[in-house]
Design a protein around this ligand. Structure first.
Ligand code: AP5
Length: 216
């Protein structure tokens, strides 16, 4: 199955992407995680992406699209994939359509995670990520590790993302409304959109997603 997850910062995309992709045995591909790994490793891509991420803006399409095109050419996507954080604007959505057409395939479904802004702010304020693997995501209140500051999965140190500062989060939410929200209409017109109510317990959200996928 070929799935896109869309939703505002803090909607739970990364959290649900890992659970659902593991369940379906397909790779979860997060452009944010790829950028963060490159920033951490100090690669030229990371150096370029960093200033955009730190200010909450989108990394330029030319960079992001080339990176996704390369990732979708890897053999592990042959049986499907779950994209988290891409596409992020209409030009990226159009490019994704073209990339998949070139592979003689197309998306099966786009899941929109809907959460209100007050909830998003609470989720982001308490989010902690593992330094070893940024798909290991916790929350100081809503998804606590057994030992504060330590990853349950691998024992790595938990930290707060640089772009989770209040001012940057406000800019990321504005960018979402201005640039990303229009892709909801883009996919609605193509009959690919399913809306998921993403407030409530984490397991309940997972169950809603898996139920929606049964209907695809
Ligand atoms: P990216 O990493 O994609 O960030 P984002 O879209 O802003 O999303 P987040 O990672 O903040 O939130 P999430 O929805 O994954 O929530 P999570 O599961 O962590 O992008 C970062 C930056 O990279 C961008 O600003 C941009 O600069 C660049 N970038 C990335 N992609 C790009 C692209 N395509 N084009 C250009 N630039 C791009 O959950 C949040 C918290 O809530 C966690 O603590 C979690 O434990 C908790 N939580 C999850 N579910 C629940 C629940 N049901 N109840 C309570 N708490 C919950």
């Amino acid at each position: 199955m070929r799935i896109v997850l869309v939703g505002p910062p803090g909607a739970g995309k990364g959290t649900q992407a890992k659970i659902v992709a593991d369940r379906l045995k397909i790779p979860a591909i997060s452009t944010g995680d790829i950028f963060r790994a490159n920033v951490g490793a100090g690669t030229p891509l990371g150096l370029e992406a960093r200033s955009y991420m730190d200010s909450g803006r989108l990394v330029p399409d030319s960079v992001t699209i080339a990176m996704v095109r390369d990732r979708l050419s890897q053999p592990d996507v042959a049986n499907g994939f779950l994209l988290d954080g891409f596409p992020r604007n209409v030009p990226q959505a159009e490019e994704l359509e073209a990339i998949l057409a070139g592979m003689d395939t197309k998306l099966d479904v786009v899941l929109e995670l809907v959460v209100d802004n007050n909830e998003v702010v609470k989720r982001i304020a308490g989010r902690r990520l593992c330094r070893n693997d940024s798909t290991h995501i916790f929350h100081v209140d809503f998804n606590q590790p057994s030992v504060a500051g330590v990853c349950d999965i691998c024992g790595g140190e938990l930290y707060q993302r640089d772009d989770d500062k209040e001012e940057t989060v406000r800019e990321r939410l504005a960018v979402y409304e201005r640039e990303t929200a229009p892709i909801v209409g883009f996919y609605g017109e193509r009959g690919l959109l399913t809306t998921i109510e993403a407030t409530g317990a984490l397991d309940d959200v997972t169950a809603r997603i898996l139920t929606a996928l049964e209907d695809v």
